[in-house]
Design a binder for this molecule. Structure first.
Ligand code: SF4
Length: 231
């Protein structure tokens, strides 16, 4: 029940930013709330329709400094989503996630898992560049996070890999650092979530690569065990 209330609060905050006063009590709205845990796509929502909303978004200060919004890319029916923190300068230039040095390292990790970027889905909590590459502000996260939740509802992944402390803390609603969360699966609304270190952190801390690979091996084993007809 708490997670439903959290979802509603996040969404109301977001819709308020867009000028919407709140939910009505129509049959459709009640159905959405009742089925929230099953992650339904809202009224036939697609990644394209969410992307259009992100393109128009002026809800936080970051729209002023972005050159391109970075929505996400990959398989719209991916079994595995990688969620990072925010686009960096290279991502902002190209409008694509994980294309800078950290992204290149992540691509190598994905390939080592016998996957490709086109078979998973890559995105971030924030869709716009942090100009000074600082940690995102809490208000920026809470305003932008509903876009990610909408992406997750449409894609319906079986697994999420949260890259770094900001992604792990946001998705798991915790203050614990990623170092104490990684190495095991957590529950995110019925989706198995594995936190691990961000590839940017790995570029500065090579000794953590082994830990990340241990986490990825657990993901690979779980993907194999739960293999359905989506990969
Ligand atoms: S970071 Fe998110 S909330 Fe802020 S302007 Fe960009 S898309 Fe909108």
């Amino acid at each position: 029940m708490n997670s439903i209330i959290d979802e509603i609060q996040d969404s109301l905050r977001f819709y308020k930013q867009l000028g919407c006063p709140g939910f009505d009590c129509s049959k459709d709205a009640i159905e959405i709330i009742n089925n929230w845990e099953k992650r339904p796509a809202l009224h036939g929502e697609t990644l394209e329709s969410i992307k259009k909303d992100v393109e128009k978004c002026r809800c936080c200060r970051l729209f002023q400094s972005r050159r391109n919004m970075v929505f996400g890319e990959g398989d719209p029916r991916a079994r595995l989503m990688f969620v990072g923190e925010a686009p960096g300068p290279e991502e902002d230039d190209q409008g694509k996630p994980f294309v800078g040095p950290a992204g290149q390292l992540l691509t190598k990790i994905i390939n080592a898992m016998h996957l490709t970027r086109t078979r998973v889905y890559l995105c971030n909590i924030l869709k716009c560049l942090q100009p000074l590459n600082q940690n995102p502000e809490p208000d920026e996260i809470s305003i932008c996070y509903p876009f990610l939740k909408r992406q997750i509802r449409v894609i319906k992944p079986e697994f999420i890999c949260a890259l770094g402390t900001v992604a792990a803390q946001t998705l798991l609603k915790t203050k614990k650092p990623v170092s104490s969360l990684r190495g095991r699966f957590h529950d995110f609304h019925g989706i198995r979530l594995m936190p691990t270190y961000h590839p940017d952190y790995l570029l500065q801390n090579e000794d953590k690569k082994r830990a990340v690979w241990e986490d990825m091996k657990k993901l690979m084993q779980a993907l194999e065990r739960q293999r359905g007809n989506r990969l």
